[in-house]
Design a protein around this ligand. Structure first.
Ligand SMILES: C[S@@+](CC[C@H](N)C(=O)[O-])C[C@H]1O[C@@H](n2cnc3c(N)ncnc32)[C@H](O)[C@@H]1O
Length: 361
């Protein structure tokens, strides 16, 4: 199987290169309105924002920042297929503007934008940024009533274009090959992710640029892509940053597009893409090893009826039987286009035999 990954270093408020109704899934994280590190980007798009902040008019600045994002959301809606999903990672902001400290609820603003389009608003996921530092409390110590609650979670907002689910041919091979494990379903489709462990060890170079880009952990787009798309689909990130979504799409054998206005961040991507082959294999290995580990405790009490067609290990449901993982065989780059060739990920026979014979009844 082949996939292509195309990057455009330009503003995503006009994605002329992409035809309407061609994208299956959008996974992204925009600059967060009213978080200071992103002021410059919003001000360069609309100078009034600076005046409003200077004059203490926080909510007016907030409104204009969202108007900038809305230009990209409109384009996202245009390029998305009917039934396709858009997953937006966003945090709210707290900030003192003028004399008032208050919350700027970014997730509410984005949700109300999509409410006015022909979309279904789906249940959201909350996740927490990994942190080693103790919680920082805001306000007046141990005395009521003027302290503030700290913001520690982020949202993944999920919208479906149109009013209907995506349709597939009965027994679609690509869809069945793209299955996830039963126990992954139970974890991934929960509304709170507290197990996101931050960026992978192998993605640590250029950490200053990564910080400046506010990159999300690879696990976030990886899960979204595996939950909401199938092999060969087209995934778009209109706020590409360091290209974490593209890396996740490469590992998951989906095609991808990315738009980014600051080409500086591509250095981080170019460095990470060098490690994409081993990263893909270790991701696959880890998912399979976690599955086999899970089976050990599950099988103590229950019978497992099904066996994976491609890997010969037990699976819990019939829907998982055709689950298939891909390795990256070859990667070619031409300007800002990466062409990948994928092949079936093969799992060591030795491991199959041991585990399979001891577990299946
Ligand atoms: C929160 S960061 C995304 C980080 C990304 N998810 C990652 O893992 O690296 C938002 C990115 O959007 C870019 N950006 C902001 N406005 C944009 C626009 N209108 N078009 C394209 N890129 C934009 C910023 O330069 C920044 O890199």
């Amino acid at each position: 199987m082949k996939t292509e990954h195309i990057l455009y270093f330009k503003n995503s408020n006009e994605m002329k290169e992409i035809n309407s109704n061609t994208i299956d899934l959008i996974v992204t994280s925009p600059p967060y309105p009213m978080i200071e590190m992103w002021d410059e980007i919003f001000i360069s798009a609309n100078h009034k924002i600076k005046e409003y902040i200077k004059n203490g008019k926080g909510f007016k600045a907030f409104q204009l920042m969202h108007e900038e994002l809305n230009n990209t959301w409109r384009e996202c809606f245009r390029v998305l297929n009917e039934g396709g999903l858009i997953c937006i990672n966003i945090g709210d902001a707290t900030r003192k503007v003028g004399n008032s400290f208050q919350l700027y609820p970014n997730h509410v603003k984005i949700t109300s934008f999509f409410q006015n389009y022909d979309c279904l608003i789906l249940p959201i996921i909350l996740w927490r940024k990994p942190t080693n530092s103790p919680t920082k409390f805001m306000g007046s110590g141990m005395l009521p009533t003027n302290a503030y609650v700290t913001l520690e979670h982020e949202y993944i907002l999920i919208f479906r274009k149109g009013k209907k689910n995506r349709r597939f041919k009965p027994k679609s091979e690509k869809r069945y090959n793209s299955a996830y494990f039963w126990e992954e379903r139970n974890k991934w489709f929960s509304d709170e992710w507290s197990d996101i462990i931050g960026k992978s060890q192998s993605l640590e170079n250029y950490s200053d640029l990564r910080e400046r880009s506010a990159a999300f952990p690879l696990e976030i787009p990886y899960r979204m892509i595996n939950m909401f798309s199938i092999y060969g689909d087209y995934v778009l990130d209109p706020f590409w940053g360091t290209g974490t979504t593209t890396l996740a799409a490469m590992i998951s054998a989906r095609n991808s597009y990315g738009y980014e206005i600051d080409p500086e961040f591509s250095k981080v991507f170019q460095n990470n893409v060098k490690k994409i082959k081993p990263l893909t294999d270790s991701t696959n290995k880890e998912r399979i090893a976690t599955h086999l580990n899970f089976l050990k405790s599950y099988i103590k009490n229950k019978q497992v009826k099904y066996t994976s067609v491609h890997y010969n290990f037990p699976v819990i449901t019939a829907q998982e039987k055709d689950i298939l993982f891909y390795s990256i065989k070859d990667i070619k780059k031409l300007d800002n286009i990466y062409n990948l060739e994928h092949e079936k990920f093969s799992y060591k026979k030795k491991y199959d035999k041991e585990v399979h014979s001891s577990l299946i009844k």
